[in-house]
Design a binder for this molecule. Structure first.
Ligand code: ATP
Ligand code: MG
Length: 411
């Protein structure tokens, strides 16, 4: 969609995207470092939507289309999924005189206010050298709105639409209420973590939550072919791809647990099956994390949700990982997790009914309060290291971005 709109009086109307920092404003001396990181990410993401100039000033990022064929709306939507911003808005750029503001109101607003009956204007004057104060700007701009849309009424308490005028150093901007930003910290500002990604509801939410804190996310999926199907694995790739709307790309490593599961089933007491399997998962995940320079593991566990997520069970499995394990869903109710999954768009895919490796061979009466010595005794019935090596040798990696899913050649 072209962004230069032809005005009745043939002025060029320019629309840009303003993104306002969230938590980043609290950063002190490190702020430029985080800003540089964020700008790099925005520029890289912008390539998908056309030629945009990106710069930051006064805790705001200005994104300006440089050609008529930019996908302005696509870029705007994608900035609501960029971690680091509290708010995002499309704004018309106008000169810093009241005459230019008037022209801008006449040109920009009418087609964007169809169906609106009441409005108010709010003004913010960051440039204190501007001759009028905020109340005068509001009054004048309100008058301009009524000139071109005489049927509207001012309602300062409960308007259908709020028109905002911002007078900044760089220029004056006209826009409506901003869209809510994704919050959090810029991607890549908090190291790299390895997400244990199942096909369920919780683990994509866990990945999203850590990515929101600035963590780059790689994923590890355990499959159990032929007990689990290709469709189950493809569903996991789809979930990872949905997350790339926020993370831009993701490497998903896939490991087979088939042999390990068969060996546990054959040699160990049934009620310890899941716990033993999860210990293998932790060891393999830690090993994979180190191979890919990830400093932490991330899981979708939630305290007390299932037998393997009681405090005692988590202690037994956690002990196997020699790097931090982040569990951002640990204190969330299922309902809250579901709400987040819906918000980030993973829910509908998560609930597709394909089997997970954890659900094959599930014991009828799993241990909910395991004792560490008993678990260790059951584990001792297996050649733990050899099974880990064997499983690790099955690994392959898929690179995923919003448009492609590509299996990488083994190095
Ligand atoms: P989810 O909705 O994430 O599947 P869940 O409630 O089904 O969670 P579990 O199956 O016990 O819980 O798994 C707990 C966590 O272990 C998951 O959130 C995920 O991080 C990890 N996990 C489980 N299965 C797998 C798998 N097949 N591959 C990778 N990680 C897994
Ligand atoms: Mg699961």
């Amino acid at each position: 969609m072209p962004y230069f709109r032809t005005a009745p009086y043939e002025a060029d109307m320019k629309e840009i995207i303003l993104c306002k920092y969230g938590e980043l404003v609290l950063k002190g001396a490190n702020k430029p470092h985080f800003e540089a990181m964020l700008l790099r990410r925005i520029r890289a993401r912008a390539e998908r939507y056309g030629d945009f100039a990106v710069r930051s000033m006064q805790s705001t990022v200005y994104i300006e289309p440089q050609s008529e064929d930019c996908d302005f709306q696509g870029m705007l939507d994608s900035m609501t999924k960029m971690f680091g911003f509290a708010g995002v808005t499309a704004a018309a750029v106008c000169g810093k005189t009241m005459e230019e503001l008037r022209a801008c109101v006449h040109e920009y607003l009418p087609r964007r206010m169809t169906g609106v009956r009441t409005f108010k204007v709010e003004a913010k004057r960051a440039d204190k050298s501007f001759p009028l104060g905020s109340p005068e700007i509001c009054a004048a701009a309100g008058g301009y709105v009524l000139e071109c849309m005489p049927n509207l009424r001012v309602d300062v308490k409960n308007p259908d639409r709020t028109v905002r005028v911002e007078i900044r150093e760089a220029g004056a901007y006209l826009h409506f209420d901003q869209l809510r930003g994704a919050g959090g910290m810029p991607p890549g500002s908090s190291g790299r973590g390895l997400l244990l990604l199942s096909g369920g509801i919780d683990s994509p939410v866990a990945g999203y939550r850590m990515a929101r804190r600035g963590m780059e996310i790689d994923a590890l999926h355990f499959e159990s072919f032929p007990y689990t199907s290709e469709r189950a694995r493809d569903k996991v790739f789809s979930l990872a791809q949905l997350l790339t709307a926020y993370t831009d790309r993701m490497y998903v490593h896939v490991l087979s647990l088939t042999r390990i599961q068969e060996e546990i089933k054959k040699n160990c007491a049934e009620e310890y099956f899941t716990l033993l399997l999860r210990r293998f998962m932790m060891v393999l995940a830690a090993r994979m994390a180190k191979a890919h320079v990830c400093g932490a593991l991330v899981t979708g566990e939630s305290l007390g949700q299932v037998a393997s997520q009681t405090l005692e069970a988590i202690r037994v499995t956690d002990a196997m990982a020699d790097l931090p394990v982040f569990r951002p869903c640990i204190g969330m109710d299922k309902e809250e997790i579901v709400q987040t999954a819906r918000k980030i768009g993973t829910y509908d895919t998560s609930v597709l009914p394909y089997e997970d490796c954890c659900t094959v061979f599930t014991p009828r009466h799993p241990k909910t309060r395991p004792e560490a010595e008993k678990v260790a005794a059951e584990a001792a019935k297996l050649d733990f290291d050899a099974l880990c090596d064997e499983a690790f040798a099955t690994a392959y990696t898929v690179r995923i971005d919003p448009n492609t899913i590509e299996k990488l050649e083994k190095q």
